[in-house]
Write a protein that binds this ligand. Sequence first.
Ligand code: SAH
Length: 228
Amino acid sequence: MAARRIGSPGDGYAGYRERLVEQLRAGGIENLAVLRAFAEIPRHLFVPEGLRARAYEDVALPIGWGQTISQPSTQARYLEALELRGDEKVLEVGTGSGYQTALLGFLAAQVFSIERVPELAATARSALRAAGLENVTVLVGDGTLGWRPYAPYQAILVAAAAPQVPKPLLEQLDEGGRLVMALMGNSGQELIRIRREGRSTRVERLGTANFLPLVGRYGAPLPEGENR
Ligand code: SAH
């Protein structure tokens, strides 16, 4: 991983990134590759220009279209839960700003990321290019259907909350693969990890979550008046 030419130590933000990494570590993130990804990926390139000064705070920030770039500590938990070794083909549902896509690109071999809002996908693509990520592809569509042409995936990350696990995603998960997502329940959201073991799957509960809804065929219904 050391050979990958991404990240920009001399961009004036390295100190902010280091501080964020310290915060994540203090918050219980232990995976060294995950911490390294946060030290390398320039998060300020993935937030709207007017918010760059706040890019390295551990908060979610608005990115337009009613969506947010997720809170770094939440993303770190997700990434740790995926247990990436570096050789995986990953499917991400909900590109948003593209920041988590970039972190995945740093931690895995290849990333396919699906976003339903074309304008967000376009902004994310430019930011990923600016950040130097070459192993990530952003696709526009309903991510609850997955993306069959490139399946199976050794890891799937859903960056939004759904009432149930979309069936196509389970079908596209490789043997031994991990799927991490937030499930909506009666008493709020829960982060879960599903592991495929032969024909069966094992579900682990990893604590509470707080995500925007996953909308689509196998997700929540579209918001009133929207027909994308
Ligand atoms: N992890 C992202 C934030 C994701 S916010 C980041 O750090 O920037 C959730 C994203 O999921 C939003 O961009 C939303 O448009 C997208 N989304 C919701 N439902 C979707 C679906 N069915 N398919 C693809 N993207 C979806």
